[in-house]
Design a protein around this ligand. Structure first.
Ligand code: FE2
Ligand code: FE2
Length: 541
């Protein structure tokens, strides 16, 4: 039989039913659903056990997708009682949903649980993705932790979010789950991804900016408190003594300005963030240039920043301004959620200098993080579907400590380490540490380039370096580098240092190759970054 996309068009009966927090979770809750375009009105009927039935009418807006137009409904009852279970049905007078329930947040909550998942997108089959495994995995998880208050994601909720069939599949995968538990999604790069022609052959890939399908379908599902023009993909909400800042994948500078205010004014004990792209990533070929350092100020006001994208797990030391610390008050813990839906790894990954914990998740397993907030203590456990625990740690704000203890590296004087994209050059830099002369940093660039897969062509007193399509020749005793585009003033002379290697001033040299660098003074290491995701390999003629 010929393969067909599974369109699963909206019918008169409500589907895509989802509970979410769009305001004060103590007194309100939003129920979102979808129905066909000829259903013009809808309402939520809700009641407490043994209570009177109440109704609230829904906001209705047409959603024009790549294949169809349907209506999206949002109903937000207000003045609810805190800490109360409400039973509800949604839909039109003629077509009602089954009965579900949600619970409002209690007063003065300082102890609660939630789960975080990421990258539960599915691409098998590309035109009819099957989310059954996710559904079973989450139901199993919720059976273990029925008292969680909501599900937070770090994006890639769908594999191609600019196509309706992808949302259909994801919502189907969440059936029996998000009718009960608020589903707080962050937008990932796959959620705003689309193809101009999708079926039968996808061509002309694009990324919607803003994330059109995400923002349209969820317009009133989440708080409309993000920067103008970038709602709903950017928003924040509160639960108990915690604040959650959900970053989108677009407009890092704007997000930073918004986040500084949003986080600065939240007045909560715990400040969590979710941002799809990991700032302190595990891929040997990634970079944090897309968001960092543009979002550094906002992100570094957080206790924990959840991310995803790479489909592996890692947890960083507390980090501030590229320096690695031990105590939670000293920086932000970057927490990369493993893949939530048995997906293959997105890329190869490796342990990095900034990781306190790492698990590559190259096995086809699924992961969720259980977050347990209790006053000024908080535990996060990274659980695999088969019962193994990839990581567990506790932040204790009162004691200002993280357990289990990990000590961020501090390298010795005269032993300044060099890292490339967070990877220790160890062997090739064994006896060639970075050198600081009169406040200027120099590194043995040829050894680093060789490690990174670049070429180093050596002649007497000279070396020509090639990487990522750039080339430069450095000469001992000269402050000029020769490139195919002309001479570049390095500002300082190249000199012969440890092991007879040529040492280049790091700042000007890195610029030639479009690289960035930073010196982490506390830890005494230099990291060099390059935005390219290519893997440099020296060609073999
Ligand atoms: Fe992903
Ligand atoms: Fe992604």
């Amino acid at each position: 039989m010929e393969r067909q996309p599974n369109y699963r068009f909206a019918t008169e009966k409500p589907d895509h039913i989802m509970v979410s927090i769009s305001g004060d979770a103590k007194t309100s809750m939003t129920v979102t659903w979808r129905a066909s375009i000829n259903v013009e009105n809808g309402y939520l009927e809700y009641y407490e056990k043994d209570g009177e039935k109440m109704q609230v009418s829904a906001i209705v807006k047409p959603f024009k997708s790549d294949v169809n137009t349907s209506n999206i409904f949002w109903a937000t009852p207000q003045n609810l009682k805190p800490g109360t279970r409400y039973y509800y049905t949604c839909g039109s007078a003629e077509n009602r949903s089954a009965e579900y329930y949600f619970e409002t947040e209690a007063e003065n909550v300082t102890k609660f649980k939630f789960i975080a998942i990421s990258d539960h997108q599915k691409d098998t089959d590309h035109y009819n993705p099957d989310y059954n495994a996710l559904n079973a995995f989450l139901k199993e998880t919720l059976a273990k932790h029925p008292d969680i208050k909501f599900i937070l994601t770090a994006g890639d909720n769908t594999n191609c979010g600019q196509h309706e069939i992808q949302w259909n599949a994801m919502f189907e995968g969440m059936e029996g789950i998000i009718e009960y538990y608020p589903y707080m999604m962050a937008c990932g790069n796959h959620d705003n991804r689309g193809f101009e022609f999708y079926f039968p052959e996808e061509t002309n890939r694009y990324y919607a900016e803003p994330a059109a399908f995400f923002n349209t379908q969820l317009e009133y599902s989440y708080p409309k408190n993000g920067p103008e023009g970038w709602q709903t993909e950017i928003y924040s909400f509160n639960y108990g003594n915690a604040h959650f800042t959900v970053f989108g994948v677009n407009e890092p500078e704007l997000m930073n300005e918004w986040a500084k205010k949003d986080i600065g004014e939240c007045g909560k004990t715990w400040k969590f963030g979710s941002h799809h792209f990991p700032v302190y990533y595990a891929g040997p070929n990634l970079s944090n240039d897309d968001t960092y350092p543009m979002m550094r100020e906002g992100m570094e006001m957080l206790d924990v920043l959840f991310s995803g994208h790479e489909h592996n797990f890692s947890r960083s030391f507390p980090i501030k301004n590229e320096e690695l610390f031990d105590r939670p008050s000293q920086g932000t813990v970057h927490y990369e959620l493993g893949n939530g839906n048995f997906n293959p790894p997105g890329t190869k990954t490796t342990d990095k200098v900034w990781h306190a914990s790492f698990y590559p998740q190259e096995e086809q397993v699924s992961m969720y993080a259980l977050v347990e907030v209790d006053g000024d203590k908080m535990r996060i456990t990274a659980n695999l579907n088969d019962g193994r625990v990839a990581d567990e740690f506790v932040i204790d704000k009162e004691k200002d400590e993280i357990r289990p203890y990990r000590t961020a590296p501090i390298f010795g004087e005269g032993r300044t380490r060099v890292f490339y994209k967070g990877m220790d050059l160890a062997l090739c830099n064994m006896s060639t540490p970075a050198v600081c002369r009169d406040g200027v940093w120099y590194i043995a660039l040829a050894t680093m380039f060789r490690f990174a897969g670049g070429e180093d062509i050596r002649e007497k007193g000279k070396v020509t370096l090639k990487i990522y399509g750039k080339q430069a020749t450095f000469t001992e005793g000269e402050s000029i580098a020769v490139t195919p585009d002309g001479n570049v003033d390095l500002g300082y002379e190249v000199f012969r240092g440890f092991e007879g290697q040529l040492y280049m001033p790091v700042d000007a040299s890195c610029k030639i190759f479009n690289m960035k660098w930073a010196y982490a003074a506390r830890n005494n290491f230099i990291t060099v970054e390059h935005a390219s995701e290519h893997h440099p390999i020296v060609p073999q003629p």
